[in-house]
Design a protein around this ligand. Sequence first.
Ligand code: ADP
Length: 470
Amino acid sequence: MQNLSTLWATRGDWFTSYGREQSIKDYILLTNQLLWKRQGSFFVSAILAALYFDPISIFACYVFVILTEVLDELLGSKSKTWDGRDPVVGRQILKRIALNTVASGLAISVFIINIAVQQEASAGHFTPLFFLFSASVFAAMYNSQMMGILILRLSIYGFAFLYISLLDVFRYRPPLSSHIWLEFFTIIFVLYFISDISLKFYLGYQERREQMNLIQEENEHTKDALEVKSRFLATVSHELRTPLTSIIGSLELINNDKLGLLPLGLKPLISIATRNGKRLAVLIEDLLDMQKLEAGEVVFHLKPINANDLVYEAIKATSGYASKLGIYVTTEPCEEACQITGDHNRLIQVMANLLSNALKFSYEGGTVKVRVENLGGRIRISVQDEGLGIPNGAKDCVFGKFSQVDSSDVRKAGGTGLGLNISKQIVERHNATIDYVSALGVGSTFFIEFDQLTNESRPSANLEPLVKSA
Ligand code: ADP
């Protein structure tokens, strides 16, 4: 086991590593947090002692203790501004902590010794020794961030312990069989016990710090790996997009007989190739969107938007898809004011995703209802279908990345599993919310909610701020 002297010797240069600065900061933070706990115990001890011993000397010592506490507070407030970087300031703070530890340790010891001095030998020194024991355990528990400081304080308490236990030995020179000697030997045992628990607390703190450092390092590695993945994704998607666009374009030309009549047997094959090419293009667009949103590279052009108009436009854009699937789309516009602030294109993208999902997961002949409501200052746009529905507990899957509730090979509807994740990110960058309610076999209602844009909430000077996503 590591002993106290090695720990003291290996403290090395306090400011060469991040850990030392953190120890000082942790120490000061905890000292400040425990301010009232300490004050409470000092006050109660002072009252208790004043009831049984000379109150004037007790309160005089108490004032001395409080003065060191004030000093501690001053030190705490000065070091609040320290950013942990400048080692010179760090050393100054450390010196002040050491000085204050000496002052506070002495004040507390004098306070306790004063009680012991006033006691009769026959009564023993249970009260002062127990006060001292409590103070030592308190220090061991809460000063374990800095071993040097802890040793300093405990050494002062150690002297006080010895002083009290030897007080009657010198006063009365009792035989070895007397309870005075018993008290002395018990104190030696207690001192060993306090050193041991101090060491345990110190090592516990160090272990926690090391674990924190490890977690931080792991975090950095994960961030780096994510960064590489994200750049890789962006590059690959970009590189794929351009040739794919020309492939799809060429296939469409061929399919539309623009380059001469196609042999009949080839047409279905070209159609399948075009469809799959388009699916690939959607996936690439989604990947690029996701990567840009996550990297904070999407610029939002915020403007006042009428939610009814937004809904009409989105429905118009998906009407072809709806009639192809044989699904009716109805609207229930908002009768009251329904202005919101948002990026028009991005919100159309969200609406298109909600509508295409509603259509995709509906049965032929079904109806999709799109409603705009003003719920007392919140504008809600909801898309309700009578389709498959979503089982309970699938929210993470629905809004997750590449996740689909039915990911089996036999599912009817295609998709990337990215649409709602992207929609959620876009909606949240508008300080809005997205959610759904659903019942299997009955249908689902997805809704987004925005703050209503009113004359009061409308920014008067600049109505089109450019908001870069965080
Ligand atoms: P996808 O491209 O698969 O549609 P989304 O992120 O848009 O990806 O949706 C994720 C999953 O959420 C879908 O695969 C589907 O399982 C479920 N989902 C979304 N909207 C609906 C809906 N209206 N009805 C039933 N399930 C839905």
